[in-house]
Design a protein around this ligand. Structure first.
Ligand code: NAP
Length: 328
């Protein structure tokens, strides 16, 4: 099939591109910089240079594709530069403009990458695709809610376009060039900057398992459906134990209390706000890590054949990639 993909230079898009190539699909990728695209992507991938802030400038090149996979969004970039205008412009307006351009060019199959962050987890232990939208205050999470809602409106107005929505939880794996905020937890550990085990737990999925789900969805996904790719829930003490097994470093012994971590997060956020910057340690995120919910991915397991690899494999391949690529 001829596939047009956005975000191919990012963590997930790159993994999806590798999976598509393995299956023999012909791929064209939207890249913000052709030079960067060439250094990251396989030479078999054709490139269109452009940005989601100006879809009109490349929409004429969207003819002749069987499928579009929309994996581009601003994520880690926002947590580094705090640019809310760009965040909403790209994640919400860019998505709307891209879907319109795809429809005008006859693309009737779309795989859209949303996020588990759009799902409400308040007072719920087991979260699945039926959860309502989160009323989150976090701007990135909110941009993903608004983006998914824009996609729903588009779907209502264009029932002949088959749209499948993939909702990954926090992804880790090789190819995290950003690096994403979660990739930074690993990098900080590798750089010896981590002194304490964080309290609480994280829901983690290997990016290659999400990529597999997105590519499977082209053939076996049901149009109009959402698929949660929720991975598994791990406590930070489990995660740090695996870090120490992989690196051979002595295990971290001390766990910082949730109250103390929240206090530090508030202070860090205040200092960053004064400087007009986005905080890397937001109180909302710390609070989320203390919650006990888990994601139920059984729909994706059944319909998309998703199987989750072990956390040991994910963390050890991620660490190896960071080392090979001189991030740590
Ligand atoms: N990572 C996670 O844990 C996670 C969890 C749930 C959902 N998601 C969602 O999964 C998708 C992929 O995330 P990711 O982790 O792979 O992100 P990532 O590594 O930060 O990659 C983002 C991709 O989007 C591209 N991009 C950003 N702004 C753009 C613009 N204005 N125009 C065109 N392309 C633009 C980037 O291009 P450049 O290479 O030029 O920067 C890059 O290819 C996103 O929709 C994200 O919201 C991510």
């Amino acid at each position: 099939m001829k596939v047009f993909i956005t975000g191919a230079t990012g963590l997930l898009g790159n993994s999806i591109t590798n999976e598509l190539l393995k299956k023999g699909h012909r791929i064209t990728a939207l890249v913000r910089s052709r030079e960067r695209g060439k250094t990251i992507l396989d030479p078999r991938v054709a490139l269109i240079e452009g940005t989601l802030e100006a879809v009109d400038q490349f929409s004429g090149s969207l003819q002749g594709f069987d499928v579009m996979i929309h994996a581009a969004a601003i994520y880690g970039e926002y947590y580094r530069n705090g640019d809310e205008l760009a965040l909403f412009n790209v994640n919400v307006n860019g998505t709307k403009a891209l879907f319109e351009a795809a429809r005008k060019n006859g693309i009737n199959n779309i795989i859209y990458i949303s996020s588990s962050a759009v799902l409400d987890t308040e007072n719920i232990d087991e979260v699945d695709e039926r959860a309502s939208y989160s009323e989150t205050e976090d701007p990135y999470f909110r941009s993903k809610v608004l983006s998914e809602q824009a996609v729903n409106e588009f779907a209502m107005a264009n029932p002949s376009v088959r749209i499948i929505t993939i909702l990954p939880t926090v992804m880790l794996g090789p190819g995290d060039r950003g690096p994403t905020p979660t990739g930074n937890i690993i990098l900080n550990y590798l750089k010896g900057k981590t002194r304490f085990i964080f309290p609480g737990s994280h829901r983690i999925v290997d990016v290659r398992d999400v990529a597999h789900a997105a590519v499977q969805a082209i053939n076996t996904g049901r149009g109009g459906e959402r698929y949660l790719i929720g991975g598994r829930k791990y406590s930070f003490s489990e995660i740090f134990k695996i870090f120490s097994n992989i690196t051979g470093n002595p295990p971290l012994k001390k766990t910082i209390s949730p109250g103390k971590l929240l206090m530090i997060a508030r202070l860090v956020t205040l200092l960053h706000n004064i400087k007009g910057e986005s905080s890397p340690l937001k109180p909302e995120i710390i609070k989320r890590l203390q919650k006990n919910f888990w994601y139920n991915s059984s729909k994706a397991e059944k319909e998309l054949g998703v199987a989750f690899r072990s956390l040991d494999e994910t963390l050890s391949d991620t660490m190896a990639w960071f080392k090979e690529n001189r991030y740590a």
